[in-house]
Design a protein around this ligand. Structure first.
Ligand code: ADP
Ligand code: MG
Length: 333
């Protein structure tokens, strides 16, 4: 995958303070050419600050950032060839769709003879041909964000920086645009760094996810690895829901409801039961090795085969093999 590609950006020991508080603390991160990297973390953890530093919008920081081995501080923001899209559409309201794109091409000093052809191809790529003459206020939020994306990629930037570009959109539009964004990024192969606080968005879009918390980078890996092998309870719980049993992280879908008592079976009392469409989420009160625990269990619903649970009902459940305690292993298994 992307690992084979060469390192394009190197972030070395980058820190940034506002007053006495760190917005970024000792960030070390390399970004590979062509990859889609998501910076994921809760609000206020420093994601936008890092993106703004990369874009050259924030110049006062400690540490070093290299692009192709050269310090980017030596390159003026306008000459970094970075394209940007923000959460707010930030289009020029007095310009039509095609004029917005043309403006960006001229600002980037794109070759004059190629401007018209470029506008054409980028409108096609972002599915905006029929809207080219419209002004921003004649477009929906999703369409406006496609224009912002078209405008950012038209000058063929070496890096695309996206700050929560889908967050202001309705769920359905967001999901649709997410797929389009991924396809466009794959088609043109532009190195992309996207900030999001939405774990599902990060998992579905990124080649690698960089999870941040309290100004620090806490884990960076592929979506699968982050989901399956989170390094801390914070990451585990931020990326979906997690049980902590014997200090091992167990996903709700890995706990299995069982009809009979077996070797690694425990019993619990149902305290809540939520229908969630294609699965049911129940919470159980249980006692494991003399420790009171609340266990979350997700039960898939296949072909309308569903079973309801009543609050107060006592049921059995199995934990995955890797959390069978040594005691239980010796005793029964
Ligand atoms: N211009 C600023 N002045 C003072 N504090 C700021 C400024 N910009 C950001 N911060 C603070 O830095 C921290 C990180 O902010 P930000 O990078 O915007 O977080 P995120 O994008 O992850 O939500 C927050 O505590 C925020 O309040
Ligand atoms: Mg932000």
């Amino acid at each position: 995958m992307m690992k084979a590609n060469k390192n394009l950006i190197q972030i070395e020991n980058v820190s940034k303070k506002y007053g006495n508080t760190f917005a970024l603390k000792n960030i070390n991160l390399e970004i590979f050419e062509g990859e889609f990297l998501c910076l994921l973390g809760p609000s206020g953890c420093g994601k936008s600050t890092l993106l703004r530093i990369l874009a050259g919008l924030e110049t006062n920081y400690d540490g070093k950032i290299l692009k192709n081995g050269k310090e980017i501080d030596a390159i003026e923001p306008g000459k970094r060839k970075f394209g940007m899209v923000f959460q707010s559409y930030s289009l020029f309201p007095n310009m039509s769709v095609e004029k917005n794109i043309e403006f960006a091409l001229k600002a980037f000093k794109y070759e004059k003879q190629k401007i018209n052809a470029k506008i054409e191809s980028v409108l096609e790529l972002t599915n905006l041909l029929e809207h080219r003459k419209k002004f921003p206020n004649q477009l929906s939020g999703g369409q406006q964000q496609r224009v912002a994306l078209a405008r950012a990629i038209a000058p063929e930037p070496t890096v695309l920086l996206l700050d929560e570009p889908l967050s202001a959109l309705d769920f359905k539009v967001r999901e649709e645009l997410r797929q389009q964004l991924k396809k466009i990024q794959r088609d043109i192969g532009v190195t992309t760094i996207m900030v999001t606080h939405d774990q599902e968005e990060a998992l579905s879009l990124a080649d690698r996810v960089a999870v941040m918390n309290h100004a620090e980078l806490v884990q960076i890996s592929t979506p699968e690895e982050i989901y399956r092998n989170p390094k801390s309870f914070f990451v585990a719980n931020f990326i979906g829901t997690m049980n902590n049993i014997y200090n091992k992280f167990i996903r709700p879908e890995d706990v299995k409801i069982s009809d009979k008592k077996g070797c690694n079976t425990h019993s619990g009392i149902v305290i809540s039961n939520e229908f969630r469409g294609f699965y049911r989420r129940i919470k159980l009160k249980s006692e494991i090795e003399n420790e009171k625990k609340e266990i979350i269990v997700d039960i898939p619903i296949f072909h309308h085969q569903d079973r309801s649970f009543n609050e107060g009902e006592s049921i059995h459940f199995n934990l995955p093999q890797e959390v069978v305690s040594e005691q239980i292993k010796e005793r029964i298994c």
